[in-house]
Design a binder for this molecule. Structure first.
Ligand SMILES: *Cc1c(COP(=O)(O)O)cnc(C)c1O
Length: 364
């Protein structure tokens, strides 16, 4: 058995076994605790649990056994101390902002991030007098130049969407720590299967569980992962303000995690084939995928990631008309049981259209 197989088996075992707290019924599958709150034998027990003197379930805004199972399993896959689940990926990002920033602070964020992340910083977090500077993901000098004495958070999504640019996580974490700031990575596209940013010095990893952790389009959720000290802050914020994950959704994500490694492997393999097929296609002008050896981020992605993921984007000849035609025809080279193709049109500076194609394999 090679070392690689060994790691895969470890991940598969963790994904199925970790976090399962069996109830007195001895059920096989994880129980769903659809309950708002819990009951106690007596007032003394209630008082001890409410005060934190005794561990235990209190109220599902911050203690729910099914949600805790998901948190434990995700933290194990990440190789981290702790995870806190949230109601969505955006709620996870907001939790990071509200937990670690205060009026007068400054954030540096990579320009190519999820659209709502831009609005979150520019429109909502800005109301609390927190400034944000957007920089190019790969331009380390731009990150350095953007640093101010009041910079407290560096936020990055890597590989970026749609151009698959890759951030040097180690270099950004060194920069953050030299300036008393935290580095948070939105790892939704790689998942802990393909990239574990904490290994490269990141402080916080953020997930939209809605994407690959579920992988089957069923539920909205998110999570923040990191060490106990930082996650205690996130926990306090979620406990107090309430963007908590539903126990039912946590159960869906638990099931999603069980098949995550197999799915991420399938995504990466399909994306590689599609990217190579697109490169050879006469009507395709340019393909953006870090799995292609001539992509600028290829080497860095190969160092930081164990696979290149499932997001491929490309430009077709014939501008908008051409792009729409491809979208309508959806002629893809790989057979799939069910294909979720999400196309996004991006108006680029040269008025060319680029297309983002995300291919999701489903297990059913
Ligand atoms: C979807 C997404 C989010 C937001 O997550 P929701 O679960 O939709 O709130 C954040 N980051 C990335 C990279 C995403 O793709």
């Amino acid at each position: 058995m090679s070392q690689h197989d060994d790691i895969e088996y470890q991940l598969d075992t963790l994904a199925i076994r970790t976090g399962h707290t069996r109830s007195f019924e001895g059920e096989h599958s994880e129980p769903i605790f659809l309950t708002s709150s819990f009951v106690y034998e007596n007032a003394a027990e209630a008082a001890a649990k409410f005060s934190g003197a005794e561990p235990g379930n209190i109220y599902s805004r911050f203690t729910n056994p099914t949600v805790a199972m998901f948190e434990t399993r995700l933290a194990a896959l990440e190789g981290s101390e702790r995870a806190v689940a949230t109601s969505s990926g955006m709620a996870a990002i907001m939790a990071v902002a509200m937990s670690f920033l205060k009026a007068g602070d400054h954030v540096i964020c990579s320009r190519a991030v999820f659209g709502s992340t831009v609005s979150l910083f520019e429109k909502y977090v800005a109301k609390f007098n927190v400034a944000v500077t957007f920089v190019d993901l790969t331009d380390l000098t731009a990150w350095q130049d953007a640093i101010r004495p009041e910079t407290r958070l560096l936020f990055v999504e890597s590989p970026s969407n749609p151009l698959a640019e890759v951030a040097d996580i180690q270099a950004l974490s060194d920069l953050a720590h030299a300036n008393d700031a935290l580095l948070a990575i939105d790892n939704s596209f790689c998942t802990p299967i393909l990239q574990r940013p904490l290994q490269f010095g990141a402080d916080l990893v953020i997930y939209s569980a809605t994407k690959y952790l579920d992988g089957q389009g069923r539920a909205l959720g998110g999570a923040v992962v990191g060490n106990h000290k930082l996650l205690e802050e996130i926990f306090g914020y979620v406990r107090t303000t309430g963007p908590s994950m539903s126990p039912f959704n946590a159960w869906v994500f638990l099931k999603g995690l069980e098949t995550l490694r197999l799915r991420m492997k399938a995504h990466s393999e399909s994306a590689q084939k599609i990217a190579e097929w697109l490169v050879a296609h006469p009507k395709v002008e340019k393909v953006y995928f870090a799995g292609l050896t001539d992509h600028v981020g290829h080497e860095l992605a190969a160092k930081q990631q164990t696979g290149f993921g499932g997001i491929v984007s490309f430009e077709v000849k014939g501008e908008r008309e051409g792009a729409w035609k491809v979208m309508l025809s959806q002629q893809l080279p790989i057979q799939q049981q069910r294909l979720m193709v999400s196309f996004l049109l991006k108006q680029k500076q040269q008025r060319k259209m680029s297309m983002i194609l995300s291919v999701t394999f489903l297990m059913d």
